[in-house]
Design a protein around this ligand. Structure first.
Ligand code: SF4
Ligand code: SF4
Length: 492
């Protein structure tokens, strides 16, 4: 390695050193508390509107009912899901698997094209942290400077009041969020029962609410940005999901470098537009310097775009030194005259993901369109051919399995239609073994029944029969199967 290459290598290693550790962890492994400056600007205002809208949807959805049932329910404990008013149960596991795979492929495709837009604009963690809890913190403790001062100040009644009231409000909101999330799992009616009935009647439910509240309180009051940088797998996958054409929040190093403090007498020649004001770092809720390039800590909150645009306005330079852009669109002005603006580019990778997603969604739509509310399986009981019955009759035993995917209880009756090989019906009898059949809502029932036919009508060893399943007068399903009889001797 010659001296220049070695120097360049050392420079690169030095420049990339920030990737070896999290911005919020000190060299000796301790937590660095982040005090981001209050964000403001056009992107922040737009995010407030989007966040308010999404929070409203999140809070109101559990109250929406369709025919007396929740519009959305994710009852993992009982493996019961209601999506847009349609009930899905364990029997729809295959649909769930295809839907999950489709969502994963969609996320991969969306990230490859648009980066982590979801994190900044729609992720519940970011919305609650930045738009609810952080705003309350600013309201009670002031902007970042005041928060630092308060932290360093000795304990007085005033400091105690601020800290205590903030934590109380945080816990109250965490309690509210936990109730909302629980209502998605157990339903709003059940949640109201837990809240209104004596506590002793719903100890399990109350325990769940307290545990959820504790977790949310801990995450938003203490754990904060670490949920994105340490726990969230989506952030950690950015290295493989993004490429140089993905649109991310990026610092335009072509325009910004070489950076240095601005001195009027030097003018703008032989320097970049970045004036080393550090405002982009001051506002960052994850404590990073976006000028170092894409980092796993960046949650695409847009605060640095607003902060830098504000500075650019003040120093009369064009906005967008930090902006939504792909790395290629930033570097190409030099190579191909691109204007450096974010452009939607359909790369080969994106085409591949889109093709896969199209196939998955098509399969899912076909399966959903053909999904029936009531499924029946009728099989002749294994190991039994036929049984001789009095009055020259013969019988077969059948196993019956029925699944009711609706919200209603369904009483059913079975009717038999046996046919000769020439299509004429023959007289027969169907006898249930056991009680009348009533299938509970989202229930599943196993039963057995006998079909008895006159021997002299059975010309062949196998006779086709139809079993019609009725609920009241309504035919809900017709199943075709076969009936086995002894072979007729030649002289019979
Ligand atoms: S806010 Fe803009 S000008 Fe200031 S340090 Fe960051 S990138 Fe440079
Ligand atoms: S780098 Fe910018 S967009 Fe990313 S988290 Fe920090 S402030 Fe938000």
């Amino acid at each position: 390695m010659n001296k220049d290459t070695l120097e360049q290598q050392l420079y690169d290693d030095e420049a990339e050193i920030f990737r070896n550790q999290l911005a919020t962890v000190t060299d000796d492994g301790k937590r660095k508390w982040v005090y981001p400056k209050k964000p403001s600007g056009r992107f922040h205002r737009a995010r407030i509107v989007v966040s308010a809208f999404l929070l409203l949807i999140l809070i109101l959805t559990p109250f929406i009912k369709v025919n007396g049932h929740p519009f959305m329910l994710f009852d993992f404990l009982n493996r019961k899901f209601i999506l847009f008013g349609v009930l899905f149960g364990p029997h729809d596991f295959h649909l769930l698997v295809i839907a999950m795979i489709s969502i994963i492929v969609f996320v991969v495709l969306f990230t490859a094209v648009f980066g982590r837009i979801f994190c900044g604009w729609a992720c519940p963690q970011t919305i609650f942290m930045e738009m609810v809890f952080r705003k309350i913190e600013y309201w009670i403790e002031g902007d970042s400077k005041d928060q630092r001062k308060l932290k360093a100040a000795p304990w007085t009644a005033g400091k105690f009041f601020k800290k205590f009231s903030k934590q109380m409000i945080f816990f109250a909101i965490a309690f509210f969020i936990s109730n909302i999330f629980l209502s998605y799992i157990i339903g709003m009616d059940e949640l109201i029962k837990i809240i209104s009935d004596p506590p002793s009647e719903h100890l399990q439910g109350l325990f769940a609410i307290i545990v959820f509240s504790g977790i949310f309180y801990f995450v938003f009051s203490n754990f904060r940005e670490q949920a994105c940088t340490i726990v969230c797998p989506y952030g950690r996958l950015q290295g493989v999901l993004l490429d140089r054409d993905s649109i991310v929040i990026a610092y335009d190093n072509v325009r910004g470098e070489p950076r240095r403090r601005y001195k009027k007498e030097e003018g703008w020649d032989n320097r970049g537009d970045c004036i080393e004001c550090y405002q982009c770092m001051e506002v960052c809720p994850t404590g990073i310097d976006i000028r170092n390039g894409i980092q796993l800590e960046c949650v695409n909150c847009t605060a640095c775009i607003d902060a830098c645009d504000d500075i650019m306005d003040k120093i009369n330079r064009p906005r967008g030194l930090i902006r939504y852009a792909s790395l290629n669109s930033i570097e190409k002005p030099i190579r191909s005259g691109s204007d450096g603006k974010a452009k939607w580019k359909f790369t080969t990778r994106a085409i591949g993901y889109s093709a896969l997603l199209t196939v998955l969604v098509t399969v899912l739509v076909i399966l959903l369109a053909n999904r029936i509310d009531f499924s029946v399986t009728i099989l002749r009981t294994a190991g039994l051919l036929y049984q001789e019955q009095p009055n020259d009759r013969v019988s077969n035993i059948y196993d019956l399995n029925m699944v009711n995917k609706t919200f209603n209880e369904i009483p059913v009756t079975l009717k038999l239609v046996p046919r000769t090989p020439f299509g004429e019906s023959i007289e027969g009898e169907l006898k249930l073994i056991g009680n009348e059949i009533v299938i509970k809502p989202q229930g599943n029932i196993d039963s057995k029944f006998l079909v008895i036919l006159p021997k002299n009508e059975l010309i062949k060893m196998s006779t086709p029969i139809d079993i019609s399943i009725y609920s009241g007068d309504k035919l809900i399903k017709k199943v075709s199967t076969s009936f086995l009889a002894p072979m007729k001797k030649k002289d019979e």
